[in-house]
Write a new protein. Structure first.
Length: 704
């Protein structure tokens, strides 16, 4: 039995009750009625010990008003359950999870069959914010009945409900009271009067008893059910937390992981610096041996000297050289044949439609080059290592050996260059056969003729498949130094095959003797009387590569590789970038990203603090629900601390995964070698700790 004696209540400056008396018995449903604003809700909060008041509060002969604050809280937790007019819930838990806080087999605990009677079965998978006011009220009453406290207080139990449901709730509360509980409700609903055992009316600051059934002094012993928070509840709350505000959560994860990544951007800058160099410039170094009087660098006509086996072995031993292969280039107009004459001198220059033809099986598709129908431009034929796939834009899927066309040359055949793949092209192929040392048509800057070396080649007409088109502006498409823009490439394996068929290991001297404007040639020996008329002495030897291509693993070591090549006594050619300017641009990018990262961090912390302030009402609602369910303040603090720590852990794990994904994407896009460090992980955990633990504690403390 609950008794209020000499009850007075003043809220602010307004007097609500004066010298009033109230009594509610077990086994009875006590109804409080009165006009709006008369103090019905205030009385219920006093009975729930939410408000301080004057007078005595007696429960079963225990003077509650004389107890300490801690004892009052304990009494409230073990004896009273209150359902407010606007019920409180845990917004991140489903309705079913609210029931499961009591027991997973919650239906067995529903001794009043309230879940079925109040039609809650179809609401189990919903979240509180998805329910109407009437649905919330039904769920709150059902949960209160499940708790089974001696005293049940409900503010407006039938508000927002239809007549049928109001009737069901009235019967349910009366049944609950009949089983030994003290039920106190406030309402304007006349239906509830029919089920009430006592009715009080508030009028003129007084509580007036207008109806009372026979009193009973029976005290019911109830086994109060307590809720228990498990790890599953925390995980469920976190899942709803991130799904309810999915976009905001994803943006926060991206920002936090980016800020963590910016902490290690110094490593990334170095990686980006290397990757930019490696991507914007070829990793290939052309190595050749020139005559010391040679005016040009690499001739593309075979005017360089053969590179010896010893020199080749030294090239292979240079640090950061991962591969080496020979290279052969010749001009189809200015190249030399096996006798030292120009190819263009063998006959009249033929139009390109006689030199270049493209077939699809036996059907002729294209002849010649656009804009060059009657004359052949200076086209370069080069060897091509079949493993060099990174410079190929379009490649055959079925043929691996054949002809590769530069994009410039392919566009002179047809605008749709991709359709050329796997077609057959008839084109002259030059097989390097001999080295000719002593040819004297080369000149110095002053016009002095000097004897040098050149390569003599055998020209054959072949029909080969087109197996690739090189990338535009790649090293294989255009050489700005030489001025050659039209090029085609023959697989080295094909050149090797034909070279073996036409090679000879014999070496000999060829003498050119000019007497009376008549040229004579002699092999190895010249008659004594004609030696004074020798104009040229050329040594013919089997062709040896006079150019190699070095593949280096990292262009940041380009200078070291080129210096090592020069120390061997060879020349090195590479079109490289101004690394100092690039370094400065990368450092500028580093500062910008660090500044952006700092601004994003500040923006993130500010917005998240305001977000936590906005969520304070939800947390207060959860605290109210837990208090109504009988949890102590210590238990409530423990639940919230566990929640904050678990959110911090899970949030940190997700952000770290996000940072790892960002790192992988960064490395893939920029070919970097960004390495995650302890600092980046620490920064993410630190930021999340502030957002998910420190901020809620600060906001709650300031709210108090």
């Amino acid at each position: 039995m609950i008794t209020l004696k000499d009850f007075e209540l003043i809220l602010g400056k307004k007097e609500i009750f004066k010298n009033s008396y109230f009594q509610a018995y077990p086994h009875q449903l006590t109804l409080i009625k009165g006009e709006s604003g008369s103090g019905k809700t205030s009385l219920l909060k006093c009975l729930n010990l939410d408000y301080s008041f004057k007078g005595r509060y007696v429960y079963d002969e225990i003077d509650i008003s004389m107890l300490s604050d801690d004892e009052k809280k304990k009494y409230k937790q073990t004896h009273i359950c209150m359902v407010e007019q606007l019920p409180s819930f845990i917004n991140d838990l489903t309705i079913e999870a609210h029931y499961q806080l009591y027991n997973k087999n919650y239906l067995a605990y529903d001794q009043y069959d309230s879940i079925n009677l109040l039609q809650i079965n179809n609401l189990m998978k919903e979240y509180p914010h998805q329910l109407s006011e009437g649905e919330k009220k039904r769920v709150a009453i059902s949960l209160a009945l499940l708790r089974d406290t001696p005293v049940l207080i409900i503010d407006e139990p039938t508000a927002s409900l239809n007549e049928e449901m109001s009737e069901i709730i009235a019967k349910l509360l009366h049944e609950y009271a009949q089983k030994g509980h003290t039920v106190i409700i406030s309402s304007h609903d006349l239906k509830l009067q029919n089920y009430s055992d006592a009715i009080y009316n508030i009028d003129n600051l007084k509580l007036n008893l207008i109806f009372q059934n026979k009193e009973t002094s029976t005290i019911s012993k109830n086994e109060i059910k307590k809720i228990q928070f498990s790890n599953n509840n925390y995980f469920m709350m976190f899942k709803h937390y991130i799904s309810h505000k999915k976009l905001s959560f994803i943006m926060n994860v991206i920002l936090i992981s980016f800020v963590g990544l910016s902490c290690i951007f110094n490593n990334t800058v170095i990686s980006v610096h290397k990757s930019i160099i490696n991507n914007l410039s070829s990793k290939q170094v052309i190595v050749y041996k020139s005559n010391n009087k040679q005016l040009f660098d690499y001739s593309y006509n075979g005017f360089e000297y053969p590179i010896t086996t010893e020199e080749t072995e030294k090239l292979k031993s240079i640090d950061h050289v991962k591969a080496i292969h020979w290279k052969y280039d010749t001009s189809i107009v200015n190249g030399l044949n096996e006798n030292g004459g120009f190819f263009s001198g063998e006959s009249e220059v033929e139009p390109t439609n006689e030199k270049i033809k493209v077939f699809d099986n036996d059907q002729l598709l294209y002849t010649g080059l656009k804009d060059y129908e009657s004359v052949i431009p200076n086209i370069i034929m080069s060897s091509f290592d079949d493993s060099e796939n990174e410079n190929i834009e379009f490649a055959s899927q079925k043929n691996k050996q054949g002809i590769y066309l530069s994009k410039y040359l392919a566009e002179k055949i047809t605008d749709n260059v991709e359709e050329l793949i796997d077609k057959t092209i008839q084109i002259p192929v030059f097989i390097p056969s001999v080295d000719m040392d002593g040819i004297s048509f080369q000149t110095t800057e002053s016009g002095e003729e000097y004897a040098g070396n050149t390569v003599g080649a055998k020209k054959i007409e072949l029909q080969l498949p087109i197996v690739g088109i090189t990338k535009a502006d790649s090293l294989y498409d255009i050489d700005k130094d030489s001025g050659f823009i039209y090029r085609y490439f023959v697989s080295q394996s094909i050149l090797e095959e034909y070279r073996k068929e036409n090679s000879s290991e014999e070496s000999y001297y060829k003498y050119f003797v000019l007497i009376d404007d008549k040229m004579e040639t002699f092999i190895n020996e010249v008659p004594e009387e004609k030696k004074q008329y020798v104009t040229q002495k050329i040594k013919y030897t089997s062709w040896k590569p006079n150019c190699y291509v070095l593949e280096i693993d990292d262009l940041t070591y380009l200078s070291d590789v080129m210096n090592a090549v020069n120390e061997i006594g060879l020349n090195a050619k590479h079109i490289y970038l101004n690394s100092k300017s690039l370094q400065e641009s990368v450092q500028s990018m580093q500062r910008i990203i660090q500044l952006v990262g700092g601004c994003l961090l500040a923006l993130l912390l500010i917005t998240q603090y305001h977000h936590k302030k906005q969520k304070l009402s939800e947390e207060n609602e959860m605290r109210t629900y837990l208090r109504n369910m009988g949890l102590t303040e210590q238990n409530i603090r423990r639940i919230f601390m566990n929640k904050y720590l678990l959110y911090t852990l899970l949030y940190s794990i997700i952000c770290i995964i996000g940072m790892i994904i960002e790192t992988i994407v960064l490395n893939q896009l920029m070919y970097g070698k960004t390495q995650l460090t302890f600092i980046s992980f620490f920064m993410i955990i630190f930021i999340v700790l502030i957002i998910e633990l420190v901020y809620p504690l600060i906001v709650k403390r300031r709210d108090k």
